[in-house]
Design a binder for this molecule. Structure first.
Ligand code: R5P
Length: 285
């Protein structure tokens, strides 16, 4: 079956080595999106590579327009969203809350996506194939690439996750530790957030530690983990994440708190992007 790889405008840096076509995305004067797929896709398999961060809402609307245009015409549509937005509200805490992780997956499925390929999806918590909200998802993990990066630089590092949720990053590690994280109640005011607190029940004194997590968002989790390791006498602290949002100036704050190096993948473009997701993508496309 003939295959076309389509790149959205925010994803031109992906898959440089694969023959691909670029989508046309423009804005009408009022800011609404115009989409055109400048290639004959009828009866073909389409792989769409589409970053959805930053500007999650706008990128998702673009995605729905692209998918609905392909629907019923392309023979199969696979979408690569390296960092899946709205994946963090996967539980309900208060009556009447929107379960955004599931709703977004249902919308992607209903718009015509046959398979979503993503990395370290927050609500899946391990690599593999899943069906969630009716959507087939292939979740790849960057844990090996992140840990190998540091193993190439540090002598005998101890690999740590700041909470149980990211402990799957450590499955192949003999010298590892999982911190205990708890989150408080929702913050008051317009923005909504639950502050973390962290406990460490293992020894890091004199060790080169590498703290790995799926997301650095506000940086609060990673900052608490770095501070704890520093207080407990780690000799060096490095941080690695799949998705570096680095909100609230957290990249700088992590370094000020004592992190020697902080790296992320290019799922989101940042000065810390060191891991290329295209390497893992090539093996599944
Ligand atoms: C949470 O369970 C995730 O694995 C990350 O630890 C979390 O999303 C990080 O968020 P923040 O940087 O805002 O603490």
């Amino acid at each position: 079956m003939e295959r076309i790889v389509l790149l959205s405008p925010n994803s031109h840096d992906f898959m440089k080595k694969l023959p691909s076509r670029q989508l046309i995305a423009k804005q009408f004067p009022d800011g609404e999106d115009y989409i055109r797929i400048p290639v004959d896709f009828r009866g073909k398999e389409v792989v769409l590579i589409h970053r959805c961060y930053p500007e999650q809402d706008k990128s998702l609307v673009q995605l729905f327009l692209i998918l609905s245009t392909l629907k019923g015409e392309a023979s199969r549509v696979r979408v690569v969203i390296p960092y899946l937005p709205y994946a963090r509200q996967d539980k309900l805490f208060l009556k009447g809350e929107a379960l955004s992780s599931k709703i977004i997956c249902q919308l992607i499925k209903n718009s015509g996506c046959d398979e979503l390929i993503t990395f370290d999806c927050h609500f899946l918590k391990k690599p593999g194939r899943f069906t969630y909200g009716g959507l087939n998802i292939r979740n790849l993990s960057l844990s090996h690439a992140i840990i190998s990066y540091f193993k190439g630089k540090l002598h005998s590092p101890k690999i740590i996750s700041p909470d149980e949720g990211a402990s799957y990053f450590l499955v192949s590690e003999k010298d590892a530790g999982v911190m205990k994280k708890e989150r408080g109640a929702y913050s008051v005011g317009k923005s909504i957030y639950r502050k973390p607190s962290i406990e460490v029940h293992f020894d890091v004194r004199g060790r080169n530690v590498v703290i790995v997590d799926d997301i650095i968002g506000t940086g609060s989790t990673m900052l608490k983990a770095v501070e704890a390791c520093r207080k407990l006498g780690a000799s060096s602290i490095s941080c690695g994440t799949s998705h570096g949002l680095f909100l609230n100036n957290s990249l700088k704050r992590l370094k000020r708190a004592g992190a020697k190096e902080v790296i992320a993948s290019n799922s989101i473009k940042s000065p810390a992007s060191r891991i290329d997701t295209s390497d893992s993508l090539r093996s599944v496309l």
